[in-house]
Design a protein around this ligand. Structure first.
Ligand code: MLT
Length: 242
């Protein structure tokens, strides 16, 4: 018997996204360390629009339009750009009404990969409750797309996806028959008492630790720091809640 309510699925990598039928779904893109967290912070601090692009050349070309240009590769800011991808760098600038061109190693690619969906939304722990409340009312099936690392599975995006699965199935009448959603949810339920320590040996945390930016990790794992809901409209991300 067909169950009532909408479905939630989880895609562990952009390389697998072609297996999902997303044309009538809300696709939540997660790159919690740190692209989607930084995007949420930028809108929380007044950014007008963000254009996610795949290459540093595309991002830099927007400087001629007066955009703020931001680029990260391998966790580090690309020389010559205004910003890298630390959420803290999006707090310390006068972003009000500005447009930012952003490229990161994985996150912005994942956003572009989801562009053919009914709606692309940006998810992070920072906006998780506002995002889930909004999705609960949209009457659409949801796919969480984990950005991962160079198309490989990563823990932090999966924990975020698991938190979304737990919320939507536990509080919003969603259901799932997607094993990756079930796996993500079980992992999250085990990790949620202490996400930071659960990720102690994760690949990207090690990568960021080598760059001495542990503070970014702790902040990006802190739930509900903003109620912004960035969504893709054409080529630009805008805040649904502005
Ligand atoms: C990514 O795009 O994979 C991340 O956002 C990279 C980072 O900022 O550390």
């Amino acid at each position: 018997m067909q169950k009532a309510g909408n479905t939630i699925e989880v895609c562990f990598s952009p390389a697998l996204f072609g297996l999902f039928d997303s044309k009538d779904c809300i696709v939540v893109v997660a790159d919690v360390l740190r692209a989607t967290s930084s995007i949420c912070v930028a809108f929380e601090h007044g950014a007008g629009r963000i254009v996610p692009v795949e290459t540093t050349e595309e991002s830099m070309a927007y400087r001629n339009k007066g955009f703020i240009v931001a680029a990260e590769r391998k966790g580090e800011m690309v020389p010559g750009f205004d910003l890298g991808n630390s959420p803290f760098s999006f707090m310390s600038r006068d972003l009000k009404g500005k447009t930012i061109a952003l490229t990161t190693t994985n996150g912005t690619r994942a956003i572009r990969a989801a562009a053919g969906s009914y709606k692309v939304a940006i998810g992070s722990f920072l906006n998780i409750s506002a995002l889930c409340r909004w999705m609960a009312g949209e009457g659409k099936n949801v796919i969480c797309l984990c950005a991962g690392w160079k198309n490989k599975f990563n823990l932090e995006d999966t924990l975020f996806a698991g938190a979304v699965v737990s919320y939507l199935t536990g509080k919003a009448g969603f259901y799932t028959e997607c094993d990756s959603a079930l796996a993500a949810s079980h992992l999250y339920e085990k990790a949620k008492p202490d996400l930071y320590n659960f990720l102690e040996n994760s690949s990207h945390r090690k990568r960021l630790q080598r760059l001495h930016i542990e503070k970014d990790i702790a902040y990006c794992l802190t739930p509900d720091q903003t109620s912004v809901i960035p969504v893709l409209e054409g080529d630009f991300l805008v805040n649904l809640n502005s």
